[in-house]
Design a protein around this ligand. Structure first.
Ligand code: KIV
Length: 259
């Protein structure tokens, strides 16, 4: 799965089914079920390490899990999160990206908007493909005062759109949008040329991503936009296949699973 293919999917209107992954066995099973891309997210701080947020995750933590996922993913694209503050300066971001690409990542993801344009330019200028992340930014949870839906009013929605456009202008190849009203998810997807992958952003994006532990029913109080695909699929392999099919056929998320 190449970046060009993901872009082609957007142009062809074929929905992209992405999942987070943290190790080889689950990545291999999800790849066999047809997942288009894996994100080694810093959500691993919560779902693997048991922390209350993602702030303690290090570049070495992500690198370790990228290595595991790479071995299971085959030729499915692997995207690695730049964890909290590892992208605070150009130098730190380049160093972190070097470590993560060295472990087998195809792309790095960073959270933030226009203020990250310089970092995105430095990364892409050095041959590192970048995925942006707008909307709810879990790395800023302390400043946001909790995990809340973003972009509910006109001004906030406009800011998110402007941030997305600034990131595209700076050279991102992919964009994640998290926890926004579905109308904004749709609007943002129409506004930018790169594929937009939603999580809690409605069915109008170019693709979906879910945290693997959430969609396997392992999270005690999952957010409203999560569906337990293990219930639907009957086995772990079946859950991945049900997810891929539901995303491709745009049966997930429903309006009830959106904001
Ligand atoms: O860390 C992560 O898993 C993420 C997803 C929630 C998009 O950033």
């Amino acid at each position: 799965m190449t970046l060009a293919q993901l872009r082609q999917f957007k142009n062809d209107g074929r929905a992209i089914a992405m999942l987070t992954a943290y190790e080889a066995g689950f990545a291999r099973t999800a790849a066999a079920a047809g997942a288009d891309a894996f994100l080694v997210g810093d959500s691993l701080g919560m779902v693997v390490q048991g922390e209350r947020d993602t702030l303690g995750v290090s570049v070495d933590d992500i690198a370790y899990h990228v290595g595991l996922v790479r071995r299971g993913a085959g030729d499915v694209a692997v995207i690695a999160d730049l964890p909290f503050l590892s992208d605070a300066t150009v130098e730190r971001a380049l160093d972190a990206a070097g470590v993560l690409m060295g472990k087998g990542a195809d792309m790095v993801k960073l959270e933030g908007g226009a203020e990250k344009a310089e970092i995105v330019r430095a990364l892409t200028g050095n041959g590192v493909p970048v995925c942006g992340h707008v909307g709810l930014l879990p790395q800023r949870v302390r400043k946001l005062g909790g995990y809340r839906v973003q972009g509910r009013d006109d001004l906030a929605a406009r800011r998110i759109l402007e941030d997305a456009e600034a990131l595209v202008e700076a050279g991102i190849d992919l964009l994640v949008v998290e926890c926004v009203p579905r109308a904004l998810g749709r609007q943002l997807t129409a506004a930018v040329t790169v594929p937009v992958i939603g999580i809690g952003a409605g069915a109008g994006t170019d693709g979906q991503v879910l945290v693997m532990h959430d969609m396997l029913g392992l999270t005690e109080t999952p957010p409203r936009f999560v569906r337990d695909f293990l219930l639907e699929g009957g086995s772990i392999r079946g859950a991945f296949a049900a997810y891929v099919e539901a995303v491709r056929e745009r049966r997930f998320p429903t309006d009830e699973e959106s904001f």
